[in-house]
Design a protein around this ligand. Structure first.
Ligand SMILES: [Zn+2]
Length: 80
């Protein structure tokens, strides 16, 4: 009767690209010196607020004072 022929694998499809990333971006995300919403730089003296996402209680964002107002209007709550 009929036989099922498995499709040949696409060449080079299983070769994952290198996951090397710039360590500079990692350091910045840990330091949290940029607004998570508008991306503006938050210097040491700049006002910064920690907000909690309405979707995930674990996700904390550091935002500037401008985005804080917008975030509050969208359901974000201030983190402690
Ligand atoms: Zn902002």
């Amino acid at each position: 009767m009929s036989q099922v022929h498995p499709l040949p694998k696409a060449p080079a499809a299983d070769e994952a690209p290198p996951v090397l990333q710039s360590c500079d971006a990692t350091v910045r995300s840990i330091d949290s010196t940029t607004c998570a919403l508008c991306g503006s730089q938050l210097s040491a003296r700049a006002l910064r607020y920690h907000m909690v996402s309405p979707q995930s209680c674990d996700a904390r964002l550091t935002v500037c004072h401008v985005c804080r107002k917008a975030a509050l209007g969208e359901g974000y709550r201030p983190a402690e």
